[in-house]
Design a protein around this ligand. Structure first.
Ligand SMILES: *Cc1c(COP(=O)(O)O)cnc(C)c1O
Length: 354
């Protein structure tokens, strides 16, 4: 069997959820498990995160699978419904929906009420993607109140820069002003806001990335934040080359040895989700020893420097990210974000649980 595999550490998921709960002790935690739980597997992750107060996904199909697996807590569709045909299933499975636009609201209230549905009404506080402008909130709430099919309304918004310089102050101000006097529960915080801005915690927090043990902050590592990486992408050395000075490696000979050196070929390439843009020098562990990649990442293979691992041989384990090499570091080196790397795990990579 080709040695590349992703190992999902279920205890790390549980640990990270506990961490989120300790950080926001008065809030309910909506575990964001969209994009196949950021590549970790929807049902496996939801089982490990079963103590969450809710789950958030994008597709109705994912919500129904969660119900089918026995999860009884709130399940929220983060973009709401996409067509009228979805509404009966939403009611039947008691899935909560974001309502983010006048069009969605009109469709919802034009339907005869069936079983009552819970709504998260999204306000655009400056990110300018989804949500009602604050001045339309009153009218939207009126329309929902008149409709007998609504079980409850939570006000919600999403932050654009909770991870870095700009922060949340202006969006929070706009939100609080809009929400004032409604008496409705609120949901604001994504992972970075949960970690940095307790004033955003409110009734519901919505962490995604932090549950998977990657740092959502630019300036603090996952370890510093008390998080444990849930996914480790690992493979093995499948060949070794002893190079002379001047020898070239791989497509276009991008890497040229400037002295005699020993390199390992690892069964991991961009078709395994390893970023093709990772340059020479991207960190990697060989038998637990930190070394670097060399040359271009190919579809099925990449090269590593074995200077610091003289005992390495065919079959020696290689960690591409996860335990010992944070995915954030690999992402940064490749000019990507950890979200992308985790979500892009392709089907040809076998998943194991531990
Ligand atoms: C994806 C998403 C989240 C989670 O974001 P993280 O940065 O991964 O914590 C929260 N809220 C909404 C609306 C989202 O789309």
């Amino acid at each position: 069997m080709r040695p590349i595999r992703a190992t999902i550490d279920l205890a790390a998921l549980e640990h990270n959820l506990k961490r989120a709960k300790r950080l926001a002790p008065r809030s309910r935690v909506m575990a964001v498990v969209k994009a196949n739980a950021y590549g970790h597997g929807l049902l496996r992750s939801a089982a490990a995160l079963a103590e969450a107060d809710g789950f958030a996904v994008l597709e109705l199909d994912a919500a129904i699978r969660l119900r089918g697996a026995g999860h009884r807590q709130t399940i929220l569709l983060l973009e709401g419904f996409f067509s009228l045909e979805e509404l009966p299933l939403i009611e039947q499975h008691q899935v909560s929906i974001v309502v983010h636009s006048a069009e969605q609201l009109k469709t919802l209230v034009s339907c005869a009420p069936g079983r009552r549905v819970e709504v998260f009404l999204k306000i655009n506080t400056g990110m300018n993607r989804l949500g009602f402008p604050p001045e339309e909130l009153g009218g939207a709430l009126e329309a929902l109140k008149r409709h007998r099919g609504i079980r409850g309304v939570t006000l919600m918004t999403h932050f654009a820069s909770a991870d870095g310089g700009e922060g949340v102050a202006e969006q929070l101000r706009v939100f609080n002003e809009a929400a004032a006097g409604t008496g409705l529960p609120r949901s604001l915080a994504n992972s970075p806001a949960l970690l940095r801005f307790p004033e955003t915690h409110s009734e519901w927090v919505r962490p995604g990335l932090l549950l998977y043990g990657a740092s959502p902050l630019l300036k603090q590592s996952a370890e510093e934040l008390g998080l444990r990486p849930a996914m480790t992408l690992a493979s093995e050395i499948i060949a070794i080359q002893n190079l002379k000075s001047g020898d070239r490696v791989g497509y276009r000979g991008r890497f040229v040895a400037d002295a005699a050196m020993r390199i390992g070929l690892v069964a991991a390439g961009y078709a395994d989700g390893y970023p093709r843009g990772a340059p020479s020098g991207t960190p990697v562990l060989v038998d637990g020893v930190r070394t670097r990649t060399l040359g271009l990442v190919a579809m099925d293979m990449l090269c590593v420097d074995l200077a610091s691992v003289p005992h390495a041989k065919i079959g020696t384990p290689v960690t591409l990210w996860g335990d010992g090499v944070p995915v954030e570091e690999v992402a940064k080196s490749a000019d990507r974000v950890s979200y992308e790397l985790l979500c892009a795990l392709p089907p040809r990579v076998r998943i194991e649980e531990k």
